[in-house]
Design a protein around this ligand. Sequence first.
Ligand code: F6P
Length: 357
Amino acid sequence: MKKIGILTSGGDCPGLNATIRGVAKALYEIYPDVKIYGIHDGYYGLIHGEYQEMHPEDFSDILTRGGTILGTYRTPYKKMQIIEEDNIDKVANMKKNYKEMGLDCLLTLGGNGTHKTANLLSEEGLNVIGLPKTIDNDIYGTDFTFGFHTAVDLATEVIDRVHTTADSHKRVMLIEIMGNKAGWLTLYSGIAGGADVLLLPEIPYDVDSICKAVEARTEAGKSSTIIAVAEGAMSKEEAAMKKKERAAYRAERGETTVTNRLVKEIMQRTGSETRAVIPGHFLRGGTPSAYDRVLATQFGVYAAELIRKEKYGVTVALVGNKITHNKLSDIAGKPKLVPVDHQMVQVARAMGLSFGD
Ligand code: F6P
């Protein structure tokens, strides 16, 4: 009899439950007597032995539900091998609980941090399969992660609605979009929402160049300017700083992101009324889009098939419209950032959008 553990770790996103459902339903088809253990709150539950045996009915009615029925928690990879801080050998505990459950495989649904720990557990001899989730779409080796397209739809709706109020008031509007390291969500939703300026962490901006773009639009008789700002966007000056130095620079100014600073700078320099909208976790909430339900189901079914083939130490991926897998060791610790010459960046530039560079 097969025994499979599932956990969801890191920030939640739409499509986690659809993926859990996909893999569970496919597993019950392959192994009608499979035992599935739902591990609570990500790696925290695996470390502390908090899990429950699941039953087929637990996987019903969850396709459309946002969040994760298993709960999630951020357990940073960099602390995984540190015993002193909380006096727990986390890796040893995870191995012990895996053995106690008698698992044949552990499924880890998560982002970059989750995949690093998944790889560590795989190197420690556990059978692990990853499934790539995140609204940031920044996992190496997959064209898309589940959760991303739903967030693109939501961010696009925010931008769409901001357009009408911006036009009425003849304002510059900044919309801050989640994505600390990677600007994919800003790039896609900015294009979909018809933004005029896109500020990504990968393309540091110069405020003069942003103001020039605003002024050019005003001179051309446009009534408003929409600026999509990634949460991790930074000025050229900040990009030249080390990470700690940049954090200190922002802390001194009481800032975590550049959005509110830019509101003041643009208003002062251009004289245009400027406002900011920060949808934040709204972009991670609620039901997955049809695209993500399909992708999550495809990923889930593929993971069940990997279990049938006893193919472990891998993570599921979408490459060129085909579901496939990559070795965990090939993707762990390699976030997928937006290449500055990416085709979508070129598309945006060809459309006359400014990256403020
Ligand atoms: O990784 C997904 C994400 O939403 C990022 O876009 C964002 O930077 C981060 O999580 C926010 O994390 P938290 O929910 O822990 O504040």
